[in-house]
Ligand binder design. Structure first.
Ligand SMILES: N[C@@H](CCC(=O)N[C@@H](CS)C(=O)NCC(=O)O)C(=O)O
Length: 251
C-alpha cells in the first residue's frame, strides 16, 4: 500500500505518458514481458533488479498509482489490488505481487534453488519481507511524503519498533552468513534489499546494523542499473524514452 512520492506534481505527466506509451506499444512493438511499474516503488525495484541480473528484455508501462490509475478497471484486471508491480507475459497472462513475480522469473535460474527445501527457505525470507520489512516501507512512505505528523503516534511507534525488529533479526542472521537463505545470492536477498537499504529514509539507523548492508549485491550490477529507483522524470524525458524497449544485460 505504501510508496514514497517525492514529486507529486509530476504524476499527471506520468499518467499521460503511460497512456501514450500504451498506445505506442499497442501499435506493433514486438511482444515481450511488460512490467507495470511506478518508479519510486521499491517493490517494483525488486523486479527491475532481477530482470537486470537475468538480462531479460522487457518493456515498461507506468501506472500512476497516486492518481487513481491503479484502480482503473483495465489495471484491476491485471492486478486486483491496484498496486504495482505486476507483469504481463507475451501470451497475455498476468502476475502481481513482487515476490511472486521474483519467484516466477527466477525459476530455473541461479537466483532460486531447485532443491525443494532450499527453495522454501527462500520463500521463508520473502514472507518475512512482507510481514516485517513492510514496517520500514510504511515509515519511509510517511516520512518522505510528509504524512508522518498526521499519523497517530502509537501507530508510528509500532511501525518503528517493527522496522527495528526486522533490522535486528536480519543483523543476527547475516552476521554469520553472506546470504540470507543459504550459500548463494537469491531472490530473498533481492527482496530484502529493496526496502532495507532505504531504511535511513524511514528514520531508522541502518548504519547501526552493519550486517544488513551485506544484502547489497548491486555493486556487481550491470552497467546502467541504478542502485536506487530513479526519481520521476519530466514528461519530455519520458517521451524520449517512450518507444524504447529496455534491454538489460549482465547477471
Ligand atoms: N505486497 C505487494 C505490495 C505492493 C504495493 O504496496 N505497491 C505500492 C507501491 S510500492 C502501490 O502500488 N501502492 C498503491 C496502491 O496499493 O494502491 C507487493 O509486494 O508487490
Amino acid at each position: 500500500m505504501d510508496c514514497p512520492l517525492e514529486l507529486e506534481s509530476k504524476i499527471q505527466s506520468v499518467a499521460k505518458f503511460t497512456l501514450w506509451s500504451n498506445q505506442a506499444f499497442a501499435s506493433g512493438v514486438a511482444a515481450m514481458l511488460t512490467l507495470f511499474d511506478y518508479l519510486p516503488s521499491q517493490n517494483a525495484y525488486k523486479v527491475r533488479l532481477l530482470l537486470s541480473h537475468l538480462g531479460l528484455p522487457y518493456r515498461t508501462e507506468l501506472v500512476s498509482i497516486f492518481e487513481g490509475e491503479g484502480h482503473a478497471p483495465a489495471y484491476l484486471a491485471i492486478n486486483p489490488t491496484g498496486a504495482v508491480p505486476a507483469i504481463r507475459l507475451d501470451d497475455g497472462r498476468v502476475l502481481a505481487e513482487s515476490n511472486a513475480i521474483l519467484t516466477f522469473l527466477a525459476h530455473g535460474t541461479r537466483y532460486l534453488p531447485a532443491d525443494a527445501f532450499a527453495a522454501a527457505k527462500v520463500q521463508q525470507w520473502m514472507s518475512f519481507e512482507q510481514d516485517y520489512v513492510v514496517n520500514i516501507a510504511s515509515l519511509r512512505h510517511w516520512t518522505t511524503t510528509g504524512k508522518l505528523a498526521r499519523r497517530p503516534a502509537a501507530l508510528v511507534e509500532m511501525r518503528r519498533a517493527g522496522g527495528l525488529r526486522a533490522l535486528q533479526i536480519l543483523e543476527r542472521e547475516l552476521s554469520s552468513s553472506s546470504f540470507i537463505a543459504g550459500d548463494d545470492y537469491s531472490i530473498a536477498d533481492i527482496s530484502l534489499f529493496a526496502y532495507t537499504h532505504r531504511a535511513d529514509e524511514a528514520g531508522l539507523p541502518l548504519r547501526e546494523f552493519p550486517p544488513c548492508l551485506r544484502l547489497d549485491r548491486t555493486r556487481a550490477r550491470p552497467a546502467g542499473l541504478p542502485r536506487r529507483a530513479p526519481p520521476l522524470f519530466h514528461r519530455s524525458a519520458f517521451q524520449r524514452r517512450a518507444a524504447l524497449i529496455i534491454v538489460r544485460r549482465g547477471r
